[in-house]
Design a protein around this ligand. Structure first.
Ligand code: AMP
Length: 281
C-alpha cells in the first residue's frame, strides 16, 4: 500500500492508471476505521482494479462546538486495517493542503442540506459536499463508495455528482451494525457503558417502525408518535425522528411504497444517527 499526501501526486497516479485502462474505486473516510468502512473497501476491491481510500478529518464539516479536536485519530491502526484489506493507495492530505490560505469556496447542497441533520449542524453538508468534490477531483475514481448509515449524506452526494456532472458512479452500501443492532460509528467510543446500553434503543425503535409497517400498518403519523414515545426515555434528546421520502428526504404524512426512517439522538453528549430504508412491500 502506497501513501500519498499530495493531491497532485494522487491525480498523476490516477491518470497513469487510467492510461492503462485500470478502474479506480474510492472510499473516503475520516479514519477511526471499523467494519462499516471496511465493508466499503471490500466492495471497492471487488468491483475495481484498484482501490484508493482517504483519511481526512474535514474541519469544514464540523461546527464550532463539535468534536473536531477530540475526534479519534488512530492512524497506525487505520493504516494497518487498510493495508490488510488490500487498499492500493491511502490518501492522507493535511488541512492546509485541502484548504490553503484564502480558500473560501463552498458548495451549497441546497434545501436537502438544511433539513434533518442540516438543521442541527448548519454548514455541515456544505462542508461535506465541498470536500467530497475536491476528493473526487483528486482521486479520479470510476466508482465511489458510501455507507447508508449516513443516509442524508448519500442524498447530498448523489445530488452533487448529478448536479456537477462528475463522471463517476456512486455506490451506497448497507449499514453495518454491532450484534445488538447499534450502527457502527467512530463516535461510539465516546459512550460509557450505561450510554452504550441506552443507545440500543435507537436501532430497536427504527426496527420497530419497520416491523409495524411490514405488518400492515399504514398510519405513519401515529407510528412516528409511538416510536418517539418509545425512544424518549432511553436517550437524552431526540433531535429529530422522521419518516421521509428516500429521494428528497421530505417528511411524509402518509404511507408510500418507499420510505426511510431517520433519527438523530444525543446519548450523554454523543450525537448518534441511524436510519432504516423500506422499499417495495
Ligand atoms: P466517516 O469516516 O464517518 O466519514 O465514514 C466514512 C464512510 O463510511 C461514509 O460513507 C459512511 O457512511 C461510511 N460508514 C460509516 N459507518 C458505517 C456503517 N456502520 N456501515 C456502513 N458504512 C458506514
Amino acid at each position: 500500500m502506497k501513501e500519498i499526501r499530495n493531491p497532485e501526486l494522487l491525480q498523476k497516479w490516477a491518470a497513469a492508471q487510467k492510461r492503462r485502462s485500470r478502474t479506480i474505486g474510492f472510499v473516503p473516510t475520516m479514519g477511526a476505521l471499523h467494519e462499516g468502512h471496511l465493508s466499503l473497501v471490500r466492495a471497492a476491491k471487488k468491483e475495481n482494479d484498484l482501490v484508493t481510500a482517504s483519511i481526512f478529518v474535514n474541519p469544514a464539516q464540523f461546527g464550532p462546538k463539535e468534536d473536531l479536536k477530540k475526534y479519534p485519530r488512530p492512524i497506525q491502526r487505520d493504516r494497518e486495517l487498510l493495508r490488510k484489506a488490500g487498499v492500493d493507495i491511502v490518501f492522507l492530505p493535511s488541512a492546509k493542503t485541502m484548504y490553503p490560505e484564502g480558500f473560501s469556496l463552498s458548495i451549497d447542497p441546497g434545501p436537502v442540506g438544511r433539513i434533518l441533520c442540516g438543521k442541527f449542524r448548519p454548514g455541515h453538508f456544505a462542508g461535506v459536499a465541498t470536500v467530497v468534490a475536491k476528493l473526487f477531483n483528486m482521486a479520479q475514481p470510476d466508482k465511489a463508495y458510501f455507507g447508508a448509515k449516513d443516509y442524508q449524506q448519500c442524498v447530498v452526494i448523489k445530488n452533487l455528482v448529478r448536479g456537477l456532472d462528475f463522471d463517476l458512479q456512486v455506490k451506497i452500501l448497507p449499514t453495518i451494525r454491532e450484534k445488538d443492532g447499534l450502527a457502527m460509528s467512530s463516535r461510539n467510543i465516546y459512550l460509557d457503558s450505561g450510554e452504550r446500553q441506552r443507545a440500543r434503543a435507537i436501532s430497536q425503535t427504527l426496527f420497530w417502525v419497520r416491523s409495524q409497517i411490514l405488518s400492515g400498518r399504514r398510519d405513519i403519523l401515529k407510528i412516528k408518535r409511538q416510536a418517539i414515545a418509545r425512544l424518549k426515555p432511553a436517550v437524552d434528546r431526540i433531535q429529530y425522528f422522521e419518516i421521509a421520502d428516500p429521494e428528497n428526504l421530505k417528511s411524509l404524512g402518509r404511507y408510500q411504497l418507499r420510505m426511510v426512517v431517520l433519527t438523530a439522538c444525543l446519548v450523554g453528549k454523543t450525537r448518534l444517527i441511524d436510519n432504516v430504508i423500506m422499499s417495495g412491500h
